[in-house]
Design a protein around this ligand. Structure first.
Ligand code: SAM
Length: 215
């Protein structure tokens, strides 16, 4: 797969400060409004001894929750180099001994380096990547059993917010951009990788969905 993007743009936005803030929020309030229900849906379908792949793992808060829920091992990708140290510190602070293999780089370009995992998890990641089809195809191809994804809703306040955010990034000469990919097209693309939707929900800004591979 081709991959894309100048990682320095991601590094400028997803930096050590953001990572530390995410960990503080997790410690004080738990998972966010999309990661929480997605982890719960995965738990309810069985996570014991599962292998997990998280793409855009950030500071590792969802990984920690899935490993604490019984997953046996994890592979994580994040394009920003700011996150691994913070994620490793969180894993250590929570006494998690399960193996976690961390890759810093573009998952789409590096997907061939890893095998299939039982659970694949992408919370608020597809909207940080220009090529939705490549990202969803790569995630689907690595899904053994369950795929969970959260992505923005197609609503005018979100269009406006994304437009303002991209203008601000352009002004700051940061190459990172956010993308409001068509939610229906995301769901169809996931289904086209041989997955059937088994759980879903919405918040004011996000859709989340969990798909299962037909046996
Ligand atoms: C909005 S943040 C969400 C982080 C985390 N999932 C969470 O919910 O806290 C999006 C993350 O995806 C990462 N990301 C975006 N595209 C990526 C790619 N192609 N490969 C790996 N990581 C990627 C970014 O670096 C960033 O950490």
């Amino acid at each position: 797969m081709a991959g894309c993007c100048d990682s320095s743009g991601y590094r400028g936005v997803f930096n050590k400060k953001t990572a530390a803030r995410n960990v503080r929020s997790f410690v004080n309030k738990g998972l966010d409004s999309t990661a929480g229900p997605m982890v719960e849906a995965i738990r309810s379908r069985g996570i014991d001894q599962a292998s997990v792949l998280e793409v855009g793992a950030g500071s590792g808060t969802a990984l920690v929750s899935m490993l604490e829920s019984g997953a046996a091992s994890a592979v994580a990708f994040d394009i920003s180099p700011a996150y691994e140290t913070e994620a490793r510190a969180l894993l250590e602070a929570r006494d998690i001994a399960a193996p976690v293999e961390w890759h810093t780089g573009d998952f789409v370009a590096m997907a061939d380096e890893v095998g299939v995992s039982d659970v694949v998890f992408l919370n608020r990641v597809v909207c940080c990547y220009p090529d939705m089809e490549e990202m969803v195809d790569a995630a689907g191809s690595k899904t053994g059993r369950l795929l969970a994804m959260a992505y923005p809703r197609d609503r005018w306040p979100i269009h406006l917010f994304f437009r303002l955010l991209n203008a601000w990034l352009r002004f700051r000469r940061n190459s990172f951009r956010v993308f409001l990919h068509d939610p229906t097209a995301i769901a169809s693309r996931a289904a086209a990788t041989g997955l059937a939707e088994v759980a879903s929900g919405t918040t004011s800004a996000w859709h989340w969905r969990v798909w299962e591979r037909a046996s």
